[in-house]
Each structure stands twice: as structure tokens, then as C-alpha cells.
Design a protein. Structure first.
Length: 322
């Protein structure tokens, strides 16, 4: 079953025709000339849909691309909007655990990591004493305003992040924590590969996963990152994603969901196909479900699926107009 699923996830997707998008800039003014907002309610595989995407140019020096985190506190997107002095865009990003409001993904602010990956997943049941070592994906922007998606290694004892430019399978082992050198030796021993990694020179970065698009093609690394299991891969949910194009535009996508008959969401493969249609050369999934929320100039786009409204989140990606 796992091999069948892997093949399904890596096949080029022709699941539905190209979505038709309407420019809705007028609803979200004022916008700089390099930023545009689009809406579609075309059905996805015959199911009702509502989704938005924003495109913003990395070449526009009047825009700042930032990430804010509550550092073990969670805030709603409205609260991030207020605490960041009314930025142009606020969108949810990292995954988290509810018990301690802790980010489970990398966050880099001003070139320094402030939140760190969960680099291993503890086994369950008969595998309690084993650990699956993974390289979680992250989206980063360098000082030169170049975007990149990489699989990353981070450690609270390190002042920088290591980036791998290709994915590697999760490795099961009885040791919980490895240095990046130890982890690559483990890969070499068990997979007969020698992973290549470098310091990741990014000013802003945030994690999520899995990666959805690589080199302009739909290639989903869920099996490698072990982000979702079982039906969660193919079920429709609200989704948030980020990607970039070869002309240095960032794409932020949100898909409304869990509203039967109005907006039912998308599967990971459908989300990936949309991002490919938007000409992303790389794209990755972010936290979705009740966390999915996008504000533009403080105005909402999709309706969050939680009955309480906006879910408090531990980090938000922000585009600020200087």
C-alpha cells in the first residue's frame, strides 16, 4: 500500500482542469503595483471550492518579507495584524502542538533561528524505543531576496540552519538525537547515500510541509517528511501553501474547506496541482485545517473552518509595506 501511495503522490496530476481566477485587487486596496490578489470558485473534481492566492514580487524593495512568532504563545491572525502595525499580508504558517503552544517547525528571524524543527518522530506501540529521523521542509528568503525551499536540520545549540536541496527517506533508529554529521552518517550507512548539505543563508524562514512542487512538477515528499498518515493525505481540508516562480514572485495560496455544499477544501495532491498551475517552480504545504487564514490589509479572504473563528497560531508569515 505504501508503494502504491508513493506512486500516486509522484504522478503528474491531471485531476481537474485549470482553475479560472478573477482579479480582486479592488476589494483589498491599497495594494502596491507588485502585489495582486486573485479568487476562484471553480469546482475541484466536482466539489465546491473557494480559494485565493496572492502574488508579490521579491524584486520590490518597498516590501519586507517577515515572520512573527509568539514564542510559546499563540495569537490570532487579527492579533498579528495589530502587533505588526497593520502589515499588507498576514497568513498562518508553522505546525504546532496545543499543550505548550510550541512551534514544531523552523522559524528564522533576521537571519537567526528562533524556533526549531522536530527532527525525529517517536515510535509507538511495539516501536516505542525507536525514532524516525526526518528532514522537515521550510521556505526561506535570503538577503539577496531569493526564495528557496529546502529540507532542513536545526538545533537550538546552533546559530544557523543546515539545508539539504533534496529529500531523503525517514530513517528508523534507536537513537533519539543526532548531530547533522551523525545523521548524514546514518543515511550513508543505511541508504548508501552521502547527503549534501550547506549552511542556509536566509534572513526569513518558516517551516511546514510536505513539499508539493519541485522543479515545476508535482512531487510530494509526504512519505519522506512523514507529515500526514492514512486518510489525511487524500481527504479534503482547508489548506495553506507558499511557493515561488522563476521570475521571483512569491505565491501564497489559501483554500477554504469543511463547509459542505459551499467550500469543501482540497487534498494535498489537488493543492499541489493548483500551485503547479500557478507556475510555481517550488511550493510547500503549511499548516491547514482550522489554522488556515489569510488577511490582506486586515481584510479576511477565506472563512476559517473553526466555529470560533480565527484559530490562535504560533507564527505568521507577514508582508510589510515600507
Amino acid at each position: 500500500m505504501k508503494n502504491i501511495l508513493s506512486i500516486f503522490l509522484y504522478l503528474p496530476l491531471m485531476a481537474f482542469s485549470q482553475l479560472k481566477w478573477t482579479n480582486v485587487d479592488s476589494v483589498y486596496q491599497p495594494l502596491p503595483p507588485s502585489v495582486h490578489v486573485y479568487f476562484s470558485n471553480d469546482s475541484i473534481n466536482g466539489k465546491p471550492n473557494r480559494c485565493y492566492y496572492v502574488t508579490a514580487s521579491l524584486k520590490d524593495k518597498s516590501l519586507q518579507f517577515l515572520v512573527d512568532t509568539g514564542l510559546e504563545k499563540r495569537y490570532t491572525p487579527d492579533q498579528y495584524f495589530e502587533r505588526n502595525k497593520h502589515p499588507l499580508l498576514v497568513v498562518n504558517c508553522t505546525f504546532f502542538e496545543f499543550a505548550h503552544n510550541r512551534n514544531l517547525n523552523l522559524v528564522v528571524q533576521n537571519g537567526k533561528p528562533v524556533c526549531f524543527n522536530s527532527q525525529f518522530l517517536a515510535g509507538k506501540g511495539k516501536d516505542t524505543l525507536t525514532y524516525n529521523h526526518v528532514l522537515p521542509s521550510a521556505f526561506g528568503i535570503s538577503k539577496k531576496r531569493q526564495a528557496d525551499i529546502a529540507w532542513t536540520y536545526s538545533d537550538s545549540l546552533l546559530p544557523y540552519v543546515y539545508a539539504f536541496q533534496q529529500s531523503y527517506p525517514a530513517i528508523r533508529d534507536s537513537v533519539a538525537i543526532y548531530s547533522v554529521e551523525g545523521l548524514t552518517k546514518l543515511y550513508s550507512r543505511k541508504l548508501s547515500v552521502s547527503p549534501v548539505y550547506n549552511k542556509w543563508n536566509v534572513e526569513t524562514a518558516f517551516g511546514g510541509g510536505p513539499v508539493l512542487v519541485q522543479n515545476g512538477a508535482v512531487q510530494i515528499t509526504n512519505n519522506e517528511e512523514q507529515k500526514f498518515a492514512g486518510k489525511a493525505i487524500a481527504d479534503k481540508h482547508p489548506r495553506t501553501a507558499v511557493g515561488y516562480t522563476d521570475d521571483n514572485r512569491i505565491i501564497v495560496l489559501v483554500i477554504e474547506g469543511r463547509f459542505p455544499g459551499k467550500a469543501e477544501g482540497a487534498t494535498l495532491t489537488e493543492e499541489a496541482s493548483i500551485l503547479q498551475q500557478l507556475n510555481c517552480i517550488e511550493a510547500m504545504n503549511l499548516d491547514g485545517g482550522g489554522s488556515s487564514c489569510l488577511l490582506i490589509n486586515g481584510k479576511p479572504t477565506i472563512t476559517p473552518s473553526d466555529k470560533e473563528g480565527q484559530r490562535p497560531i504560533p507564527a505568521a508569515f507577514i508582508i510589510q509595506k515600507l
